[in-house]
Design a protein around this ligand. Structure first.
Ligand code: ARG
Length: 460
């Protein structure tokens, strides 16, 4: 039985169930590298103060490198009593270099250690996320440019609304993803802020140079300003869970659109075989599983955020063991985001669109607004033209025909300012082209949106 790090004052044995209940190694061993990096930097900082010698620091660093090789090669052996990754690495270090290993933890607590390790891990993982997110946005841009001429029905309330472009729809989602990227960019320095040197709560009594440690570890946000807050704060995890929950919500809505568009009643798009599966019963089925999984996982990501908020809200200041519950949520949300973004990129790059079906999804009444706008251009107040156009819709409905079937004479009967050129209104492409303001559905505007997005990505 391994001696406990904190065993000094304890005489009774730990209930075996408590042992399991308390341990975090099964999930926090993922951070073995970050734990070892943090320890190396800390050993160097200790030597700088003179509380350990340069030679001792050297031995510790060498020993930590041996432990690193064991994790790397998969030969690290977990033994009973390895409560968490910090305990396990220090135990193994001491086996390698003897009692000098016991000097590493001088002035340090697992409270400042765990916050440092998780921030370091998260900072690395979120850099991957940013890369994946950029790839997703690039995929949206290139598909939008490729098929910029494809006109598609746009919906509000899921009811056919107005003619837009497939590319306009795509870049609409990319705009949300860009905001997600900005959120991510903003939170990175708050993640990469150094708690180490805060001790258990009161600070470090040996004068370690925290700025030095921050530089060694690449903490771009500097050092946490208050040691009590440093061990108390899990905002960097909450911020991340919020980012993931929002981004997954965006991906879920994008997925939901595509699930609808790929349904047999729409057939606007078809998922490639790489991201769909069949039915074990119905031979004709091709189901958009990738998209459904994204939609489902978004729910779990939201739960993770709600879960950690609930864990944190009653915790007294500084460290409490409740906080250990954060890591599984953190790993799960980050893994989920990183997987979903890459899957979404795959789906998006390979999805086939059916412009004919999109066109067939458009209906003449989706130009009723354009009919009203025709009269607006002749000086009739919009509130009136809305009613006039509504009367045209009603007339067509009563006759069981479409707006296209009304003659110019029919329209003139409704309002005298309709003239022969009103027939130009019955053109979906024209309708999209009319919306040429920044952000609108015109080809020029959509291509401009793509350009701006490219500029954003290049500048990041
Ligand atoms: N495994 C613990 C956690 O993840 C490490 C910190 C333990 N600190 C303590 N004082 N018990 O939170």
């Amino acid at each position: 039985e391994q001696k406990k790090l904190w065993g000094g004052r304890f005489t009774g044995a730990t209930d075996p169930l408590m042992e399991k209940f308390n341990e975090s190694l099964p999930f926090d061993k993922r951070m073995w590298r970050e734990d070892l990096m943090g320890s190396q930097a800390y050993a160097k900082a200790l030597a700088k103060t003179g509380i350990i010698t340069d030679d001792e620091a050297q031995q510790i660093v060498e020993g930590l490198k041996k432990v690193e090789q064991e994790w790397e090669s998969g030969t690290f052996k977990i033994v009973s009593g390895d409560e968490d990754i910090h305990t396990a690495n220090e135990r193994r270090l001491t086996e390698h270099i003897g009692s000098v290993g016991g000097k590493l933890h001088t002035g340090r607590s697992r409270n400042d250690q765990v916050a440092t390790d998780t921030r370091l891990w998260l900072y690395g993982a979120l850099q991957d996320t940013r890369g994946y997110l950029a790839d997703l946005i690039k995929a949206a841009i290139s598909r939008a440019e490729e098929d910029v001429d494809v006109i598609m029905p746009g919906f509000t309330h899921l009811q056919p609304a107005q003619a837009v472009r497939w590319s306009h729809w795509l870049l609409g989602h990319a705009a949300a993803w860009q905001r997600d990227d900005m959120r991510l960019r903003d939170l990175m320095p708050r993640v990469a802020t150094l708690p180490l040197g805060s001790g258990a709560l009161a600070g470090n009594p040996f004068g370690v140079d925290r700025q030095f440690i921050a530089k060694e570890l690449g903490f771009i946000g500097g050092v946490c300003p208050n040691s009590m807050d440093a061990v108390s704060d899990r905002d960097y995890v909450l911020d991340t869970l919020y980012f993931v929950a929002v981004h997954m919500t965006h991906l879920s809505r994008w997925a939901e659109d595509l699930i609808i568009y790929s349904s047999g009643l729409f057939k606007f798009v078809q998922c490639s075989d790489a991201y769909a599966t069949g039915s074990s019963l119905m031979p004709q089925k091709k189901n958009p599983d990738a998209l459904e999984l994204i939609r489902g996982k978004a729910g779990r990501a939201q739960g993770n955020l709600a879960g950690l908020l609930a864990v944190m809200k009653g915790a007294p200041t500084t460290y409490n063991k409740d906080f250990q519950e954060a890591w599984q949520l953190m790993f799960d949300s980050v893994d989920t985001a990183n997987d979903c973004i890459r899957i979404a990129t795959g789906v998006l790059s390979t999805i086939r669109i059916n412009p004919k079906k999109m066109l067939a999804g458009l209906s003449p009444d989706m130009l009723a607004t354009d009919l009203a706008e025709y009269l607006v251009r002749k000086g009739v107040p919009f509130r009136e033209t809305h009613h006039i156009s509504g009367a045209a819709v009603k007339l067509a409905e009563d006759r069981d025909v479409t707006l296209f079937d009304l003659t110019v004479e029919d329209l003139k009967g409704i309002h005298p300012q309709f003239e022969d050129d009103v027939l130009q209104v019955w053109d979906y492409n024209r309708s999209a082209e009319m919306r040429d303001t920044e952000g609108g559905a015109s080809k020029r505007s959509v291509l401009e949106q793509a350009e701006k997005l490219k500029k954003y990505l290049d500048s990041e």
